[in-house]
Design a protein around this ligand. Structure first.
Ligand code: AP5
Length: 212
């Protein structure tokens, strides 16, 4: 969990590689549907380009189907889901059906001013999924992916006005989940400022301190 640009995707990728469990990013799945031009993608695009949440029934169905896949049997990391109370409750109901539950919720805390810089500087490789930031972690040459040399793209929702809207949606709809997971005894909060590797170490340490 965390505001847009907190580093959820970056940290989820690191945890996924370390633990060998899939990263399930609702944002990535939705963007892929938009790129593929599917009916779902066309519907989702209207909300995403405005920085609003895609309707719960669409996102919950996507996550439900994804969690049923074989590679989730030994665990998974959700990135960008749940994003409001109805989604959190739907997730809990879905997992209960297979006697599973969320183990931890990791909240990455970053001030709004820092978010603006991170998101306006972000560039992504649509080929291999690698993420860069023109201010903090630029690609090795020009705007080309350092891994596969594909030209990098800027997300259309990384425009300043849309970033502000996404922050507003986060504060109003998603932030209340901090209390929800705190009451469930599942929340750890880490300071999301500093280098990605430092934050990764903080997450590791917080998980070990809190849960052994
Ligand atoms: P989504 O893709 O989930 O976007 P988001 O939450 O706005 O988060 P971001 O992906 O922008 O940021 P992040 O926290 O993952 O940070 P990242 O690691 O990329 O959702 C997009 C849209 O899809 C939503 O607006 C909505 O419309 C829809 N959607 C998705 N899920 C939904 C749901 N559950 N319900 C309804 N609608 C949904 O890093 C950001 C940048 O910062 C990068 O450039 C990165 O390189 C850089 N960076 C990362 N860490 C650091 C660091 N420590 N220091 C400096 N820079 C850093």
């Amino acid at each position: 969990m965390g505001p847009p640009g907190a580093g959820k995707g970056t940290q989820a990728r690191l945890i996924s590689r370390r633990l060998g469990i899939p990263q399930i990013s609702t944002g990535d799945i939705l963007r892929q549907s938009v790129q593929d031009g599917t009916a779902l993608g066309r519907k989702a695009h209207r909300y995403m380009e405005r920085g609003e949440l895609v309707p719960d029934e669409i996102v919950v169905r996507i996550v439900k189907e994804r969690l049923e896949r074989e590679d989730c049997r030994n665990g998974f990391i959700l990135d960008g889901f749940p994003r409001n109370m109805p989604q959190a409750e739907a997730l809990s109901r879905e997992l209960q059906k297979t006697s599973r539950d969320i183990d931890w919720s990791i909240n990455i805390s970053v001030p709004d001013e820092e978010i603006m810089k991170r998101l306006s500087g972000r560039r992504v490789c649509l080929q291999c999924g690698e993420t860069y930031n023109m201010y903090f972690s630029p690609p090795p040459r020009d705007e080309l992916c350092g891994k596969c040399s594909t030209p990098l793209m800027q997300r259309e929702d990384d425009k300043e006005e849309t970033i502000r809207k996404r922050l507003q949606v986060y504060h109003e709809g998603t932030e209340p989940l901090i209390d929800y997971y705190t009451l469930n005894g599942k929340l750890i909060t880490v300071d999301g400022s500093g280098a990605a590797e430092e934050i990764s170490e903080r997450i590791d340490k917080a998980l070990k301190d809190s849960f052994g």
